[in-house]
Design a protein around this ligand. Structure first.
Ligand code: ADP
Length: 186
């Protein structure tokens, strides 16, 4: 088991853990734990649209119409501007619902992280903040999610050196503590 880095950072400072609200993060892009409709919901999704305002929803509607009339599948990610948020962009990704994907949950959760990181790189963005995707309403056990998310991020960062900061934002200190006990960062 990994020992907590004294300053909450991993991978030479490229990953940073914080407790806070994802909508308050001043980074190039924040990630929204969206649902397939892309039209808003509860938790992170509700907060992003509430704080970000209607511009984000309008772009999501257009993405649905033009690219995903059936909804955004789990594991995939799309990008919009960030309206009134302090970030410049929002990447919307759909986490897996735990127990609903025939054992492909970990693969799909890893895909959420990797596809979001890839979109950030493709858009020349250097800093990104993630919430703990799927660990709320979607029921993913936080310990399992920590292992999968950290592994996916570590693998991606090994291939992409333009990203200077991946910030992992936990709503509560107790959520961060679970992550610290179960992550795979080396
Ligand atoms: P999902 O539907 O993918 O499970 P949720 O939004 O329900 O997404 O929750 C994902 C995680 O984000 C949970 O751990 C939840 O406590 C946390 N969370 C909820 N609101 C916020 C917020 N405003 N900022 C950061 N984390 C949040």
């Amino acid at each position: 088991m990994q020992v907590k880095a004294s300053d909450g950072t991993f991978l030479s400072g490229r990953v940073r853990l914080v407790v806070g609200d994802i909508t308050a993060q001043k980074v190039d892009v924040i990630v929204n734990a969206a649902n397939p409709t892309l039209l808003g919901g509860g938790g992170v999704d509700g907060a992003v649209h509430r704080v970000g305002g209607s511009a984000i929803l309008e772009e999501c509607r257009e993405i649905r119409r033009s690219h995903y009339p059936q909804g955004l599948p789990a594991g995939e990610a799309v990008i919009t501007t960030a309206g009134n948020l302090p970030a410049q962009f929002v990447i919307h990704t759909v986490g897996p619902i735990y127990g609903r994907h025939d054992g492909r949950e970990a693969e799909l959760l890893a895909a959420c992280y990797k596809n979001s990181l890839l979109l950030a790189v493709q858009n020349s963005l250097n800093s990104i903040a993630f919430p703990a995707i799927s660990t709320g309403v979607y029921g993913y056990p936080p310990a399992e999610a920590a292992a999968t998310a950290s592994q996916a991020i570590m693998e991606f960062l090994a291939t992409a050196n333009s990203l200077s900061e991946v910030r992992l934002v936990f709503f509560k200190q107790s959520d961060m503590n679970v992550f610290l006990r179960h992550h795979k960062f080396e």
